[in-house]
Design a protein around this ligand. Structure first.
Ligand code: FAD
Length: 359
């Protein structure tokens, strides 16, 4: 079976950026993507999310920025990814959900059901969307109302006439409250007191936030989302919810869940119909488990003190869209860095083979 130079797993922003740079370096590869059509996680965002609502989607390398208008993000971004794949002739194969990647005598074997691909390197670009995180609270299985995660968000109309508890202190929770508080009854709980940004979100502030995540990754800790360290901001779309007091009424986490309510440690309770878990995501990297990349601290250490994309314990593996590069702009940069990492690995391999041949 052919041994490819590289396999990119995932065709979101990070995977397409990596493929673009691999192609420029003349590196033979395929991109395996679990979705049936282009767009990465953007295909699955809720219909009410418009290009005006998103925080800013960076253009793919060599492309133009997607328009910031009132059209649906889950249509505009996938269409631009599809055009990009076509324009650059990127070798995307879909739908292929990778089950695992194993080491087979120095070659990496990427498996999906009965199909398999062999390669010298792997660039992992599987994002987080397919790995939603919901914390466990006692009694949650007894709740008779509805429990939804960000990935299930059906749009604001679904919640009219229902009392909605939004859980989580990130950008998604802020957006959901912004959309829901003006049309229905909402409550907000977060683990920590929310940190609001009042200053302009400058590139320097962004870099400082990314540096915090890099530090975690350099220590092999599980990465936090970049947004979780940038602080929260209210946009014009959220001013009405603010005026109604939706954010000021934030409360700490409850202690347990009962069939029709949540209860705090002091016995206080609130009746609710829906729990909307805006509690984030974890990296979707279960398929890499056979390679034992995780440190004892639970994360994957990356080179250059967390600023690089190469897995320290196995430099054949690049991680893009992971930790500090989990934003569209970060994913772009990471794609370039990963392609260079792959090139370095392939050169090292050639040198090794030449030495063996000489002996
Ligand atoms: P994804 O877009 O998730 O792509 C991963 C791809 O991998 C998918 O196509 C998936 O099908 C595929 N895949 C997953 N598992 C496998 C597998 N086992 N085998 C094969 N394929 C697999 N960032 C911004 O910069 N600006 C924003 O405005 C913004 N808004 C956001 C809003 C929300 C609600 C969320 C959750 C995130 C947002 N982000 C934003 C973060 C942003 O989505 C990501 O940084 C970026 O789009 C992720 O790109 P990615 O390529 O890493 O992952």
């Amino acid at each position: 079976m052919t041994v490819l130079d590289s396999i990119v797993i995932g065709a979101g922003q990070a995977g397409l950026s990596a493929s673009y740079h691999l192609q420029r370096l003349g590196i033979r590869h395929v991109v395996l993507d679990a979705d049936t059509e282009p767009g990465g996680a953007w295909r699955h965002r809720w219909d009410a999310l418009t290009m005006r609502d998103v925080h800013g989607v960076a253009e793919l390398p060599g492309d133009v920025p997607p328009p910031r208008d009132g059209r649906r993000a889950n249509v505009v971004v996938p269409a631009s990814f599809a055009a990009y794949e076509r324009a650059h002739g990127l070798p995307v194969v879909r739908p292929v959900r990778v089950d695992h990647v194993v080491d087979d005598g120095g070659i990496l074997l990427t498996r999906s059901g009965l199909r398999e691909w062999r390669s010298r390197t792997v660039v992992n670009a599987t994002g987080t969307w397919t790995h939603p995180f919901i914390p466990h609270y006692p009694g949650m299985e007894t709740f008779l109302g509805e429990q939804l995660h960000t990935v299930d968000y059906p749009g604001p109309e679904h919640f009219i006439g229902k009392r909605v508890l939004v859980v989580g202190g990130g950008a998604s929770a802020v957006q959901f409250l912004g959309a829901l508080a003006p049309i229905t009854d909402t409550l907000w709980v977060t683990r920590r007191e929310p940190v609001w940004r009042t200053d302009e979100f400058t590139p320097e502030a962004g870099a400082a936030a990314v540096a915090l995540v890099e530090e975690r990754v350099s220590k092999g800790l599980p990465p936090q989302s970049v947004v979780s360290v940038t602080g929260l901001m209210l946009r014009p779309q959220e001013r009405e919810a603010e005026r109604l007091g939706a954010y000021a009424a934030r409360r700490p986490m409850f202690q347990r869940i009962e069939p029709d309510r949540v209860r705090w440690a002091d016995g206080a309770f609130e009746r609710i119909d829906v729990i909307l878990w805006a509690t984030g995501f974890r990296p979707a990297i279960g398929h890499l488990a056979p390679l034992h990349l995780r440190s004892a601290a639970g994360g994957i250490r990356l080179d250059r003190n967390g600023r690089g994309t190469t897995a320290v314990v196995d430099p054949r593996v690049q991680l893009v869209g992971y930790g500090p590069s989990a934003s569209t702009i970060g994913a772009n940069r990471a794609g370039r860095s990963a392609a260079k990492g792959v090139q370095r690995m392939l050169s090292a391999h050639l040198v090794e083979r030449a030495i063996i041949a000489e002996r």
